[in-house]
Design a protein around this ligand. Structure first.
Ligand code: UD1
Length: 424
């Protein structure tokens, strides 16, 4: 159980590159099982979630090898196993993405109800409704989802634009007979990346990035080579790291179009941002202004950036209101920030943040991946030393997090904790 020790109060300066997108990489790894042969994925972040999913795919019979630091080769057998091992699936919510691919590749899938971050109830009903509409028989038995059947194109309407459900149904539909139309789909950039990858494999997916996706089923898909898009959430986190320390940083290899919701909010707060296609330059002075945030599906403000914004708003004098519309438990970071001297009140899905003059270092604990990142950012701005425990959750989604922040002038040290009893 490692923890971070952060000496706060240093202005960040300099430049840093972001890694490939966690959420795109996970979907692409899951989609790789649709085509026998060797698929090569480039710009894959070496983070815990990716390693777990690769491990699961390996257990299903694939050969996995890292060819370079961020390039991975997956060799998929003609007949991939269709039962995903419970011991690994329970550690990764995104393993549910194997359902659609396994159904399409093998005509059956068996996977335990997945685990993952403690950010809400996270049901699977929309995934299952979609797969059922494509002709799969789906049942939940003893904690397992079992799906089987020959897939046939159909119309599917999602009651909420779920990212995972959109991806699962898309993958299943690539090899269904006939045409599938999915309405009210998620429009996240990672959905577009998955569609581009599937099309590079020979699928016929149209409309990704809009709210209607149309898929003509094909008989087979071919393995390919593809590079994962830049991680917009990592980029946003590093931008806030620059701004919360009132620093001056350049974040490179980003797709600035994907960052617009974050850029807009930071600008409202008085942060100066210069953007190019591939980089954003962030400069912040004091004081910054408060602002209001409502999390929404893309292109709305991402829930994955909400904790980081709560951290910076805690340092902006005046009142900010945050409404979390996507995951019900994601405001729990407020309690930890209050331990650092923040003044945040939570009522239902709303947090009222009264900015304070200074945060002060304290012992705090990550409750999920993004709250962990938010606490690290708060620690960068706080007076004294902040200890962030349970950072295995941060390792799930950020590649070389402390190295990148230290490159910008932060002072963060990873410490191994042997005695978990002192790890609050
Ligand atoms: C993905 C991202 C996650 C991000 C989230 C929202 C990955 C691996 N993870 O998660 O980082 O925070 O999108 O942008 O890509 N829902 C249902 N029924 C379902 C499915 C979802 O009610 O069958 C609800 C969820 O409880 C949640 C909302 O829909 O309230 C959004 O969830 P969803 O978009 O599915 O998120 P994930 O795909 O799990």
């Amino acid at each position: 159980m490692d923890k971070y020790l952060i000496s706060g109060g240093r202005r960040l300066e300099g430049s840093v590159y972001v890694s490939g997108a966690k959420n795109a990489a996970l979907a692409l790894i899951a989609a790789s099982i649709l085509a026998p042969g060797e698929t090569i994925l480039e710009n894959v972040p070496r983070i815990a979630d990716v390693k777990i999913l690769l491990n699961i795919v390996e257990k299903l019979g694939a050969k996995v090898a890292w060819l370079e630091e961020n390039t991975v080769s997956l060799t998929i057998p003609e007949k991939i196993d269709y039962i995903a091992p419970h011991s690994l699936v329970k550690r990764l919510r995104a393993s549910n993405l194997l359902l659609g691919g396994l159904l399409a590749a093998r005509g059956k899938a068996q996977i335990s109800m997945p685990g993952g971050c403690n950010i809400g109830i996270r049901p699977m009903d929309l995934h299952l409704k979609g797969l059922h509409a494509l002709g799969a028989e789906v049942e939940i038995e003893h904690g397992f989802i079992k799906a089987s059947g020959r897939l046939q194109g159909n119309r599917v309407y999602l009651d909420f634009p779920s990212v995972g459900a959109t991806e699962n149904i898309m993958m299943a539909a690539t090899r269904a007979k006939g045409t599938t139309i999915i309405e009210n789909v998620a429009k996240e950039p990672e959905i577009v990346d998955l569609a581009n990858f599937l099309n590079a494999m020979g699928a016929k997916v149209r409309g990704a990035g809009t709210d209607l996706i149309r898929i003509e089923g094909v008989k087979e898909l071919k393995s390919t080579c593809y590079s994962v898009i830049a991680d917009r959430i990592e980029a946003g986190t590093l931008m806030v790291a620059g701004a919360i320390t009132r620093g001056n940083v350049t974040i490179g290899k980003v797709i600035s179009r994907h960052l617009q919701p974050v850029i807009a909010k930071l600008r409202e707060m008085g942060v100066e941002i210069i953007e190019d296609e591939e980089y954003v330059h962030v400069a912040a002075g004091d004081p910054l202004k408060p602002t209001d945030i409502k999390t929404l599906p893309y292109p709305g403000f991402p829930t994955d950036m909400q904790s980081q914004m709560m951290a910076i708003l805690a340092t902006c004098q005046g009142t900010s209101v945050i409404v979390e519309n996507v995951f019900e438990n994601r405001l729990q970071v407020a309690e930890e920030l209050n331990r650092m001297g923040a003044n945040i009140k939570v009522e239902g899905q709303t947090a009222v943040v009264q900015g304070v003059e200074k945060l002060s270092g304290a012992h705090v604990r990550s409750c999920d991946l993004r709250s962990g990142a938010g606490l690290v950012l708060a620690g960068l701005a706080a007076e004294g030393v902040t200890e962030v425990s349970n950072i295995r959750l941060i390792d799930r989604g950020y590649e070389k997090f402390e190295q990148k922040l230290n490159q910008l002038g932060a002072q963060i040290r990873r410490v191994q904790v042997r005695d978990v009893s002192i790890d609050r």
